[in-house]
Design a protein around this ligand. Structure first.
Ligand SMILES: *Cc1c(COP(=O)(O)O)cnc(C)c1O
Length: 390
């Protein structure tokens, strides 16, 4: 089955038989139609399975994951495998790199992926070339003599945009493994396998699950060799998703296009208004013309997404006061839920020196945007004294 690529006109014609992603998330991953049978693959807790099938033991494969994997694979245009968390999926992908690999990776990327790569390097098991992922020439230069390229775009938390088409092409030309963490974009905004990436990684904990109630990860492989290696890594590593989590994640995924549309709209409105606020020194959102890779985001992504960051005047103290002052937004980490959350990233030791002290990362949800804006406005107003006393 072919699926429309996300850049195509939402209302336009598709190639023969192509289902649009909005339909794929609803239509696939269903049990066979049987009279009085359920429309959804049931939640079936199981370890041992009846003999005579292909799996036999749930660590080797299980029906509730298969439904979710069918949808994910179709969305990304490859074959998907689900894991117990995004980090479990990332760890399996990192496991594809040969011993002693030279890995090119972003200086700013999801902090625990970065930490995993640093630990590999410290243990003498890999050499990591950390690069500014937005500097395409520098990334391509670093790929010479490397074994693997790890990409993330937009990056967590600074929303840097990598120019995926030339980067994936450069990896392919050099025959080096190219992995893309597509968590922030989701397959609705960007499909790296179509650009030549070998493996896509997702934290489905985030926008795919969409309700802050589960941990789940996924890899999607373009070819059989990587798929087989990743499936074996899951069997042997044992980081398998739970039956309930798989069910909830698929249920969440069915409304991803709707949630994304609303959240992205809200993010655009908030980004504009925050930019005009006197107490905000900088807003980063790919949809703003002030974003350093604004044009590139328009070229590579089908939308600007639901994540934004902003910096408040008054430093870390003001930022900490602000996350306490909001009443509708939730002070919490993670992202991609229906509820809007925010946090000061430099509160994590791993993020210090990488993100500014006064930077707040906001995961914009699906509430009414005027209610969100009213809360942000009152929180900015009620913390203004931090500005005067500084
Ligand atoms: C959260 C996140 C991960 C890790 O996923 P978990 O589900 O928390 O293990 C990986 N990459 C990115 C970009 C993330 O935001």
């Amino acid at each position: 089955m072919t699926i429309r690529s996300p850049g195509e006109d939402l209302g336009g014609e598709t190639e023969d038989g192509a289902l649009r992603p909005e339909t794929v998330v609803i239509n696939l991953g269903r049990p066979a139609a049987v009279a009085d049978g359920p429309l959804n693959v049931p939640i079936t807790p199981a370890s041992a399975l009846q003999a005579g099938g292909v799996a036999g033991y749930a660590r080797d494969g299980h029906a509730p994951w298969a439904a979710l994997e069918e949808v994910l694979g179709a969305l990304e245009g490859g074959r998907a495998l689900t894991f117990s968390s995004g980090m479990a999926a990332a760890t399996a992908a990192i496991g594809l790199f040969p011993a002693g690999a030279v890995i090119v990776a972003p200086t700013v990327a999801y902090m625990d992926v970065r930490r995993s790569l640093v630990r590999l390097q410290e243990a003498g098991r890999a050499e990591v070339r950390f690069v500014d992922i937005t500097d395409t020439d520098a990334v391509i230069a670093a790929c010479d003599g490397a074994d693997a390229l790890w990409l993330e775009s937009p990056t967590n938390p600074l929303l840097g945009i990598a120019d995926l088409p030339p980067l994936c092409a450069a990896a392919r030309e050099r025959g080096i493994l190219c992995v893309v963490d597509n968590t922030f974009a989701t397959p609705l905004l960007q499909r790296p396998l179509q650009l030549g990436a070998d493996v896509v990684v997702h934290s489905a904990t985030k926008a795919m699950g969409g309700h802050s109630d589960l941990l789940l990860g996924a890899v999607v492989a373009a070819d059989e060799t990587h798929f087989d290696a990743l499936r074996e890594a899951r069997e042997l590593g044992g980081a398998t998703p739970g039956a309930l989590e798989s069910y909830l994640c698929l249920r969440g995924l069915r409304t991803l296009p709707l949630r994304l549309e609303r959240a992205q709209h809200n993010a655009g409105v908030l980004a504009e208004r925050l930019s005009d606020h006197a107490d905000v020194s900088e807003v980063r959102y790919p949809g703003l013309t002030s974003h350093p890779q604004h044009q590139r985001s328009r070229d590579t992504l089908a939308g600007a997404g639901f994540m934004l960051t902003f910096r408040v005047r008054g430093g870390a103290r003001r930022a900490d006061a602000l996350v306490d002052a909001v009443t509708l937004l939730t002070h919490a980490t993670s992202l991609g839920g229906v509820e809007t959350t925010l946090e000061r990233r430099a509160r994590y030791p791993a993020e210090r020196g990488i993100v500014p002290d006064d930077l707040l990362r906001v995961s914009v949800g699906c509430e009414h945007v005027e209610d969100l804006w009213a809360d942000l406005q009152q929180a900015l107003a009620s913390t203004a004294d931090n500005l005067a006393t500084r």
